[in-house]
Design a protein around this ligand. Structure first.
Ligand SMILES: [Zn+2]
Length: 371
């Protein structure tokens, strides 16, 4: 390696701005890999988290400051730990799944790392009391030149996937994993509520990749709905939220059947009534998966849910194995990562990138820090 220090954009105080500092390049441990970061997403919720903490979900711990943020990173393997056996080698292009787990609790031993009570997003925030320890073990986010990650968190990238596209894997993967948890089969129908947003676009292209026969997608912005429709004019049916009840539109279009799967991807400000409306669009036995941020309490009637055998499932993020499947689907041409429009910033202009995220128009924009 050329130098023993690296540049990293760090946050020094809540509500502050990122500042480029010189910090030591991390040592690689036995089971870890050192990755030279090429692209990292600036995710829509980042400013919210670093400006409003701790009023922003105080039970979701942040790393101790100063900290290197940056959630979704892709880059090139620089060094491999001595006990890494998965064949990765220096020079390999990889996406780093930022979801870290402790590796040995009950959930981890059951093969459910996302249910680990220490589950933590590298360079973002954690989900439990064990997260601070994970941050001490992995304090490097994507807004630094290098980061360390467990070898088990790497998705190997084929040459056809750009680093910018890979920096969007988190939000695409969240939709993909949600559809998998709903057991979506080829030929079935899907409704993505909030289909033009950052999570929604990922869910729509994932549903297409998985062979859905029809993907209904709701949104508020007419030009974004048109753009979404144009991805696959035959299979996508994009419609405006709020003009008519969603359930009415879906029942009419499906001959009174309803959709097999609902992906709920609406944001924090959407009313609970919209979520209930989407549940009414489900077929008998249908599954609704929440990957969105609707904050209101839902008035769900348990008896119709029982009688019609409907499920409402919460789904967080995605596994590294699912990320590898996404890479394979993108390479095969079934997962269309070409729908994104990249806005590129440097480490020095991360703060401007945060502003750009706020001005984005819907989920097609992908704001990334390039190095
Ligand atoms: Zn665990």
């Amino acid at each position: 390696m050329a130098s023993k220090t690296m540049r990293a954009a760090r946050l020094h105080e809540i509500g502050g701005r990122f500042q480029v500092d010189s910090v030591p390049v991390p040592e690689v441990r036995d089971m870890d890999v050192l990755v030279e970061v090429k692209a990292t997403g600036i995710v829509p919720n980042l400013r919210n988290v670093i400006t409003h903490y701790p009023t922003w979900f105080p039970y979701l711990p942040l790393p101790k400051l100063p900290a290197i943020y940056g959630l979704d990173s892709a880059g090139v393997v620089a060094k491999v730990g001595s006990r890494v056996r998965n064949g990765v080698k220096p020079g390999d292009r990889v996406y780093v799944n930022p979801g870290l787990s402790c590796g040995s609790c009950d959930a981890c031993r059951k093969g459910e790392p996302i249910n680990c009570s220490s589950y933590t997003f590298m360079g973002y925030f954690g989900f439990g009391p064990g997260s601070q320890q994970i941050y001490e073990d992995y304090p490097y986010g994507g807004f630094g030149q290098y980061l360390t990650a467990p070898a088990t968190n790497l998705v190997k990238l084929p040459p056809s996937i750009s680093f910018e596209q890979a920096a969007r894997f988190g939000y695409v993967g969240t939709g993909y994993s949600g559809l998998r948890k709903a057991n979506l089969q080829a030929g079935q129908t899907v409704l993505v509520d909030g289909g033009t947003g950052t999570l929604g676009v990922g869910a729509v292209i994932s549903a297409l990749a998985m062979g859905a026969s029809k993907v209904f997608a709701s949104g508020r912005n007419k030009s974004l709905l048109d753009r979404l429709q144009s991805i696959d004019s035959k299979r996508i049916h994009a419609f405006a939220l709020g003009e008519r009840a969603t359930a009415e539109i879906i029942m009419e279009a499906t001959g009174g059947q309803g959709v097999d799967v609902v992906i709920q991807a609406l944001g924090a400000n959407a009313p609970a009534a919209t979520v209930v409306d989407s549940l009414n669009a489900l077929c008998r036995g249908g599954k609704a998966v929440n990957i969105g941020g609707v904050a209101e309490t839902l008035p769900i009637e348990p008896i119709p849910m029982m009688v019609l055998q409907k499920s409402f499932i919460g789904s967080l993020w995605f596994s590294t194995a699912e990320g590898q499947a996404m890479a394979a689907m993108a390479e095969a041409g079934t997962l269309n990562l070409g729908v994104f429009e990249h806005e590129r910033f440097s480490l020095e202009t991360v703060n401007e990138g945060l502003d750009a995220v706020e001005q984005r128009t819907g989920g097609f924009t992908n704001v990334v820090v390039m190095q």
